[in-house]
Design a protein. Structure first.
Length: 92
């Protein structure tokens, strides 16, 4: 729906209504895993990171960029493992 643009995925999920915090978290997480944090405007990253740092109930102190880029790198590592597997199977 948003072509992997993380900010647009979050914004679209929020504008759908109903359980928007969960929708936005899932949409942002999936999109962030596909594209990393580069598609989120810097001012939005700063706003969320500041709110997270101020919240005394937040368990994880990672920034949005650290979380999105970590998911993206995990996706790339898995893709590399799958490519190795496919190459091995193709040669069999």
């Amino acid at each position: 729906m948003t072509g992997g643009d993380t900010w647009e995925a979050i914004r679209s999920a929020v504008n759908m209504g109903r359980d928007t915090d969960c929708l936005a978290a899932i949409a942002g997480g999936i999109s962030g895993a596909l594209s990393g944090a580069r598609s989120i405007p810097e001012d939005r990253l700063a706003q969320v990171d500041r709110a997270t740092a101020l919240n005394p109930h937040t368990c994880v102190r990672k920034t949005v960029r650290e979380t999105a880029d970590g998911l993206f790198e995990a996706y790339r590592a898995r893709l590399a493992r799958l490519r190795t597997f496919v190459d091995a199977m193709s040669g069999a």
